[in-house]
Design a protein around this ligand. Sequence first.
Ligand code: MRU
Length: 360
Amino acid sequence: MTKQSKSRPARPIWEDDNTGKIMIIDQRSLPHEMVITELATVDDVIFAIRDMMVRGAPLIGVTGAYGVHLAFAAHPGNQNSALREAGRIRAARPTAVNLAWAVDQAIETALAAPEGQRARAARQKAAEIAEQEAGNSRKIGKHGMELIREIANKKPGKPVNILTHCNAGWLACIEGGTATAPIYAAHENGIPVHVWVDETRPLNQGSRLTAWELGAANVAHTVITDNAGGHLMQHGMVDMVIVGTDRTTYTGDVANKIGTYLKALCARDNGIAFYVALPSSTFDWQIRDGVGEIPIETRDPDEIRYMPGFKKSPENLLMPENSAAANYAFDVTPARLVTGFITEKGVCRANEAAIKTLFS
Ligand code: MRU
């Protein structure tokens, strides 16, 4: 079931109160239309994650966990088939560790339940993870707001200018977001903020989604091209950078939307704080070397070749028809360029000792 909606759902994924169906906002249609779709099968879930109807690390985790529910519901008496389906969901996108983490949690919970109750147990787990992520965002907002306040106190009467990349807002999470949570908290508490929103080529998560979110919350913002940040930083127009992440190693290396690394380099060159906001579900406790070991998704080059949102016809080509295009979706910012992490447990430096102390 797919329908257009005039109102804005409170979350990007939810269980319908009347039918119990799993519903999502189809983020591909934003900011122009609010389209709501049901996820009824494992294939629906995989398509929604791959085609980025749902996206953002915490959200694809929660969606994956609901997918495990659908896998067990479709194969009530056949655990092996359900697990095979869950494995397909786990592999739908490779970079965000939240997907594998949440799918594994849902599988573990399902297998611990008696045979007839596995689908229900996985569904409960998915709902629980969603609540946890909403709570994490609230805490990230509270901790991150204090960093914004410190800067605001040094420039009374003027807004704190924050640059962000991609969309790490409520659309990418469950409520509040990660990178945007401190911004919303600051705004709600009367701290003046202004956000520079990187458009985030090629799928424009910044200009389509972050700008839409901030506008709806009345937060002052300006959309810029992905390459404008360096210029703004050189001219004192950025006070701090806050981004989200799809996977962060226990040593502090940060995978996030392609282009994040360049922002971190620029911030370092200009003495600007570069913070990464994340819930604990985005830490990868197995990987030490982010650049060498985090799998980086490469997507269809047509996302770069054609005007986004338009049909793939010659007049919508953005380059010569025969030119090759490569679509790397993420990059890794080494820990040495990160000022600190804003987590649900507080703020810490980007190194193994600090991370392990906070999450001991
Ligand atoms: O490809 P996307 O849109 O899923 O990439 C999302 C990001 O890079 C976000 O910054 C990240 O998932 C953090 S979301 C809170």
